[in-house]
Structures are given as structure tokens and as C-alpha cells.
Design a protein around this ligand. Structure first.
Ligand code: NDP
Length: 300
């Protein structure tokens, strides 16, 4: 019998977007300011095209300006850097996102470092990563920010919780751990060299899984009542050949043990784009010295 509460990220993200839209309308009325998001796509990766379209669409739905910049798959690094330099200078652009992955002739680190720190709405610039690590005013990567919002909505004060983060990537695992530490959790980061992953997981009051391995975490790896945030997006084969999306956690066994769990799809995924909009709004305010209001999803 299923016991866990299902954390509805899709619904929470919709509420967050509505709240961002209300704040954007206020910004327009009070300061005659419309936040602008520039999304740069290099090449024709089908998944990236869908992501870019959705980001633009949701930015416009929130009342922001959205600028799409497409470069051919053959674009050189110098061409992309020139485009970024233009966007850095453009006062209508508050946030710049370069869709990853990039074609192999382009070094993603050089590109990320070329984005103005104040416009780095993905929060991937090393300076933003450093600010997050030392507790400064950083632009926080969207996926961990979305996970944190779901956790706070579910648990409230996170102080003292034992949090285990599976995965140590720069875009999810590391910033997630830094955020949980900032919330006064006791944080463990596990990765591919961790000796006994199941044992580490069993200690967690909060488990964030971001490894990219389908259904790696089993129900019997969990402490009863744990809150599970499943970041993984993995496609597994199905008999009809279409495949289906699953997370890094084996949902059917985990739901029997956990206190709450995010589903895949419909959990963390929708929060990522909502947090991109939030970061764009925040970037627009900060760049003009406008106090950033706390944006919180309206009560249901
Ligand atoms: P990366 O591949 O960059 O990092 C994966 C991490 O998992 C690494 O730190 C790796 O360890 C660790 N790892 C891999 N295999 C194991 C294992 N068997 N046991 C323990 N640790 C392991 O992935 P990302 O962080 O970019 O993404 C993780 C997942 O999250 C993916 O499924 C991705 O699709 C998804 N994702 C979802 C988003 C969303 O919006 N919902 C946004 C971003 C990502 P090591 O460092 O030792 O190699």
C-alpha cells in the first residue's frame, strides 16, 4: 500500500509562475521595466529545441520579453562569444542562458565564463558558484533552487535535517549540497566512488537523487518517512518501443517507505523552468538596484 505523499512539482511550479507573473506586472507598473531573457541555441539538437521553445513561451506567459538567438551547428566559439558579448551589453537583456550541450568545437566553460555574472540566470558562472559557497548574493542554479523550494514547502524549517545528495555535478549536486548547508542541514554528498551508497541513503531525512541512473535507489535503501527529491530524468525502453521517463529512484518501492516523494515526470522538472523565470526577474531587479521582493507561490 502506498504511503508517501506525492509532491506535485507541476502544480507548485504553476503557482510559482503565477506569482512571478504578478511580480513582473508590478515591476512594469512601478518602474516601467520588463525583464528580458535571452536564450541562445547552437545547432539543432531536438531536445534542446524543445527546451528553448518552452523557456521562451513560459517567459512570455509571465509577461517578460524573450529573445531567441539561434546559431548554426557549425558556429565557432569566437562567434558564440561575440554574441554573448553583445547580449552582455544589451540593456533589454537581464538574463542570458546558453542551452547545453554545445557542439564539440565549443568549450562550455569558456562560454559560461563569458556571460556577465549579473545576467547568469543559470547560475553556472564560477563566480556565482563561489558566492553560493561562501554565502554571498549568488544567482542560484535553477534545478537545485526548485528542489529547495519543494523541500521547504513540504518540511518548513530544514535546520538539523540529515540530507544526502547523490551526485556531485556543478549544475545539480554541488549547488544542492551548498543550499542545504545554508539551510543548516547536515549534508553528505555521495557519488560514483562512494563505498556503500545504500547505507548512506538510509541515514537521510532528506534524499536528493541526481545521478542519471534509472531507478538506482531502491525502497529498502530508504529510512521510513524520508523526503525524496528525484532529479533524475532517464528514458527506459517499453514494449511499444516509445520508452518512458523514470527517475533515479525506483518509485514503486520508494513510495511504500518514504514520507513524501517527487514523481518523474511532474516533480522537479517543471520547477527548473519556473526557477529560471524567477532568476530572470531577480536579475532584472538587482541590475537596477530595485529591492527584490520575496516571490512565494500563492496559497492554494
Ligand atoms: P552528471 O552526469 O553531470 O552527474 C552525475 C553524478 O552522479 C556524478 O557526480 C556521478 O559521480 C554520480 N553517479 C553516477 N553514477 C553513480 C552511481 N552508480 N552511484 C553513485 N553516484 C553516481 O549529471 P547531472 O547532475 O547533470 O544530472 C543528474 C540527473 O539529473 C540526470 O538524470 C539529468 O537528466 C537530471 N537532470 C534533471 C533536471 C531537471 O530539471 N529535472 C535538470 C538537470 C539534470 P562522479 O562525480 O563520481 O562521476
Amino acid at each position: 500500500m502506498a504511503t508517501a505523499t506525492i509532491i506535485d512539482g507541476k502544480r507548485f511550479a504553476a503557482r510559482l509562475r503565477a506569482d512571478i507573473a504578478a511580480q513582473v506586472a508590478r515591476l512594469r507598473a512601478d518602474y516601467d521595466l520588463i525583464p528580458g531573457l535571452a536564450v541562445v541555441l547552437v545547432g539543432e539538437n531536438p531536445a534542446s529545441q524543445i527546451y528553448v521553445r518552452n523557456k521562451g513561451l513560459q517567459a512570455r506567459e509571465a509577461g517578460m520579453n524573450s529573445f531567441e538567438h539561434r546559431l548554426p551547428a557549425t558556429a565557432t566559439q569566437a562567434e558564440l562569444l561575440t554574441r554573448i558579448a553583445e547580449l552582455n551589453q544589451d540593456p533589454a537583456v537581464d538574463g542570458i542562458l546558453v542551452q547545453l550541450p554545445l557542439p564539440k568545437q565549443i568549450d562550455p566553460e569558456a562560454v559560461i565564463e563569458a556571460i556577465a555574472v549579473a545576467k547568469d540566470v543559470d547560475g553556472f558562472h564560477p563566480l556565482n558558484a563561489g558566492l553560493l559557497a561562501v554565502g554571498g548574493t549568488a544567482m542560484i542554479p535553477c534545478t537545485p533552487l526548485g528542489c529547495l523550494m519543494l523541500l521547504k514547502d513540504r518540511i518548513g524549517d530544514l535546520a538539523g535535517q540529515r540530507a544526502v545528495v547523490l551526485g556531485r555535478s556543478n549544475i545539480v549536486g554541488k549547488p544542492m549540497a551548498a543550499l542545504l548547508l545554508r539551510e543548516h542541514c547536515t549534508v553528505t554528498i555521495a557519488h560514483s566512488r562512494t563505498r556503500d551508497l545504500a547505507d548512506e541513503c538510509r541515514r537521510a531525512d532528506i534524499l536528493v537523487a541526481a545521478v542519471g541512473k534509472a531507478q538506482l535507489v531502491k525502497g529498502d535503501w530508504l529510512k521510513p518517512g524520508v523526503t525524496v527529491i528525484d532529479v533524475g530524468i532517464n528514458r527506459i525502453p517499453t514494449p511499444d518501443g516509445k520508452g518512458r521517463l523514470v527517475g533515479d529512484v525506483e518509485f514503486d518501492s520508494a513510495v511504500e517507505v518514504a514520507g513524501a516523494i517527487t514523481p518523474v515526470p511532474g516533480g522537479v522538472g517543471p520547477m527548473t523552468i519556473a526557477c529560471l523565470l524567477l532568476n530572470t526577474f531577480t536579475a532584472a531587479c538587482r541590475q537596477r538596484g530595485i529591492p527584490v521582493p520575496e516571490v512565494r507561490p500563492a496559497a492554494e
